[in-house]
Each structure stands twice: as C-alpha cells, then as structure tokens.
Design a protein around this ligand. Structure first.
Ligand SMILES: [Zn+2]
Ligand SMILES: [Zn+2]
Length: 320
C-alpha cells in the first residue's frame, strides 16, 4: 500500500469514529448546561424560598446559609476545575521520529510495523502491551501509548491515565483532573445530603401546620425531591470511584478486568496519595498535586516479582 493509500485509510477510520460518537458530543454540549441550570434552581429555592422567606429564627437562617454556601462554592469550584482542565496527553517523546513515521506509513506488514514500534519504544517507560503482546500505538494521534493511556473516541485524543469520558462534564476524567472529579462528587454528595435534610424538615413543618401555608411550600417540596435524588446518585458515584482510587485502578481498567490483579496497587495510603498528593493542607481542595507524571507509575509489591512485560500484557479495552 502506498503512503497516500495508508493516509486515506487512517482518514476514513477517523471519520467513522467522529460519526460513531457524534451523539456523545452533542449530549456533552447540552448536559453540562442542564446540570448548571439544576444547580442554579436548587440554589435559588434554598437561599430565597427556604432561608429568606420560610426560616424565621435568625441563628438557623445564618447557620443554614453559611454551611450551604461553603459546600456550594467548593462543589462549583471542583466542577469547574473538572470540566475546564484539559486532559493530559502523552509528551512529545512518545511520538515517532519523522523518519520512523515515514517508515511506519510506507509499510503495512504487521511484523515490520511492530519492529519500528519496538525500536522506538526501547528507551521509553512502556510496559503495557496489547493482548497480542505488541507495543500499543495510536494511529489517530500517532503516539506510542504510555502505560494506562487510552484513546478517547469522543475527544479523539490519547489521554494519560484515562478513567472515563463523562458526558455530564463534556470532558475526559484522567490524570490531570481525577482529584477534582473525586472531590466534586464528595462535595456534591455533602451539599445535597444537607439540602435534602433541611428541606425535609421544612416540608414536615408545613405538613404538621407548625409553619403557615405559604407560596414557598411547593418549591421546597420540589427541592427536597431534587436534592434527595442528587444525594443518592452522588453518594453512590462517590463511593464507587473512591473504592477504585483506594485500589489504584481506573474505571476503564476495572470495567475490563477479568482477574483480581491490580499491578499499580501499592497500599491504601500510598494509592490515595497518588491522587490527593502528599501535602495534607491541599487534600480537600481542588488544587492539582497528584503524584507522578501521568505516564510512569510505581508498581505494587505483588507485581515486583513478576516479569513486567508479562504482568502488563493485558491492558483494558483496547477499543479506546
Ligand atoms: Zn489516540
Ligand atoms: Zn473524552
């Protein structure tokens, strides 16, 4: 196959991917706006209808407003950091040199292509191989894939330590924003648990006629329903993802893993420090201080005795 034919083949594949994931891209543009709209609705009902119009006691009013705003600001800060942080991509050293790229494009024999990749990967910290035992290479991004790096077909780019693509964020969750994502889920869960409890108490006071009927009654019941739904959803999501962080395994690795083997599992404390950093004062703030560079990862004691190439030979879901 000539170079031109090979280029055309790659372009056709890319076009197919764009069409396959256009639904996710469209949803990704609408869903974040819907989430912000729902957040704004909850904010209005809690602050205006509940705290200002309904709660009579000044001490209760101030306490509710302070706790709510503290959690709300942390939640919005984490959410914005998660959606606005660009995903980390493999550094330039994982790209083929111009001469290797030309060689790669001018041949189609799998064995020759593998030899080019093996030679290019020789001095790079790459241990993960595809199921056939070959070096992983993304033809779309034209990079050798570092360990735990995967191509996101929606963003159409290779992302370091890819966890998953989230349509609610219109962004990938990976090495660069995983800490913000986890903290966002935690503060979101706390915010809606608090909102749900306070709005439930107010609703009970309305039902038992300890509060006089008012136009705020219906919005507060709506707030209770919305915040209870969000609280249950976010608590579940947070617990699921926190459990994965404790095991140092990404959502993608967990989804595809058929055996109980986590090569990157160090210890609970070390695994959490990989995400939240070493400095305790930043643990609960959406400030990036995750450990490492996103393309090399310490391996656990259980893995040390095993030949690395064999241990990492089965990466998750090569489709992305
Ligand atoms: Zn790629
Ligand atoms: Zn993505």
């Amino acid at each position: 196959m000539s170079k031109e034919e090979k280029d055309t083949k790659i372009t056709i594949n890319e076009t197919k991917e764009v069409d396959d994931y256009s639904g996710e891209r469209k949803a990704g543009r609408v869903l974040p706006i819907s989430i912000i709209g729902l957040f704004a609705t909850c904010y209005y009902i809690f602050v205006v209808e509940l705290c200002i119009f309904t709660v009579q006691l000044l001490e209760a009013k101030v306490t509710f407003l302070v706790i709510f705003h503290l959690l709300f600001l942390l939640c919005v800060w984490c959410y914005l950091r998660t959606i606005m942080t660009p995903p980390a991509v493999p550094p330039a050293k994982f790209r083929l040199s111009e001469s290797d790229k030309q060689l790669y494009l001018s041949d189609e024999r799998p064995q020759v292509l593998q030899e080019i990749l093996i030679r290019a990967a020789k001095d790079l910290p790459i241990y993960t191989k595809d199921p056939k035992g070959d070096v992983r290479y993304c033809t779309t991004c034209q990079v050798l894939k570092p360990d735990r790096c995967h191509h996101c077909p929606v963003c159409n780019v290779c992302i370091l330590k890819l966890d998953h693509h989230c349509v609610f964020l219109n962004n990938c969750v990976g090495f660069s924003n995983y800490k913000f994502f986890l903290l966002g889920l935690m503060y979101g869960a706390l915010l809606f648990i608090f909102t749900s409890e306070v709005s439930l108490c107010c609703s009970i006071l309305f039902w038992t006629h300890q509060l006089p009927n008012s136009p705020s009654q219906v919005p507060i019941i709506v707030l209770f329903c919305l915040s209870t739904f969000f609280a249950i959803t976010l608590v579940r999501l947070f617990l699921d993802h926190f459990e994965l962080a404790v095991r140092n395994i990404t959502d993608l690795e967990d989804y595809d893993s058929t055996e109980e083997f986590d090569p990157y599992n160090l210890s609970i404390s070390k695994n959490l420090r990989e995400v939240f950093g070493n400095e305790k004062k930043y643990w609960l703030l959406p400030i990036f201080n995750s450990l490492g560079d996103g393309f090399t990862f310490p391996i656990g004691d259980a893995t040390e005795d095993i030949e690395k190439n064999a241990a990492f030979a089965k990466p998750p879901n090569e489709g992305i």
